[in-house]
Ligand binder design. Structure first.
Ligand code: ZN
Length: 251
């Protein structure tokens, strides 16, 4: 078990507990957010998204997901039992970046090959999860940023868990730049077969620390347990394990 440490909240003096590796911690009693190492306040924007479901209501989006789509067993909604439900506010960094990549490459699909040049220019609200060892499918999560409000501890349900970030703001911005670079390389490779050069210009507009409600769910179907992640703000499925239907080439 991880050792939980504590610091005093500079605002309400309640204990703020944090685990090794956590860099930014939020007080459960007043919502004050501190940088663990220095004990100083976190001075940048800290926002949250509101959860719309209680543990009973969240069954509706689960059932909706179970009955939708072709790949699922037709009796999935009827036969499965939801065995675990927990609401977790996950820490994210939303890095707003204007990215421009200018590239030169060789297009080899014709003879003779030609040199091609091009440019990709895009604006992103790039999402970095503030946890290092998580399997969360960040790229599949379409975070509903229009609903964000300033972080308000009173809006956090008693039964919910709030996770602190293990990555600081600079670290998140670096990761975002690195991932956008990889993403642009991938895009460039749709246009040329071999990249000769690529130059990036990335401008970070704003970086927001955001807690987003995600339901971690488990259901049992024909004796096996499957996992499902549902966005508490919209009810959308972020990721869901689908039982094999018992036919087809992959079963
Ligand atoms: Zn406090």
């Amino acid at each position: 078990m991880a050792i939980v440490q504590e610091i005093r909240c500079p605002h309400c003096s309640a204990p703020i507990s944090f685990e090794p590796g956590e860099i930014i911690a939020t007080c459960k009693y007043c919502g004050y957010t501190v940088v663990v190492e220095t004990g100083k306040p976190f001075t940048f924007e800290h926002s949250m998204l509101l959860n719309k479901y209680d543990p009973n209501e969240v069954e509706a989006p689960i059932r909706n997901w179970m009955v939708a789509g072709f790949l699922k067993p037709s009796d999935l909604a009827r036969k499965s039992k939801i065995t675990a439900k927990s609401l977790v506010y996950l820490p994210f960094w939303v890095v707003s970046i204007e990215a421009e990549s200018v590239y030169k490459g060789i297009f080899e699909r014709i003879t003779p090959p030609v040199v091609k040049e091009g440019k990709i220019k895009k604006k992103y609200d790039w999402l970095i999860i503030g946890r290092k060892a998580t399997e969360f499918p960040t790229r599949e999560y379409d975070v509903p940023l229009t609903g964000k409000i300033p972080y308000d501890f009173r809006k956090i349900e008693d039964y919910a868990k709030v996770l602190n970030s293990e990555i600081d703001r600079n670290g998140a911005e670096k990761l975002a730049i690195q991932q956008i670079d990889e993403h642009h390389r991938y895009l460039v490779q749709q246009d040329v077969d071999r990249i000769i050069e690529m130059e990036n210009e990335m401008k970070t507009d704003q970086t927001v620390y955001l807690h987003a409600p995600v339901w971690f769910l488990e259901y049992k179907y024909e004796g096996r347990t499957y996992q499902l992640l549902i966005d508490g703000a919209t009810g959308a499925t972020i990721k869901g394990d689908i039982p094999s239907t018992g036919f087809g080439i992959f079963s």
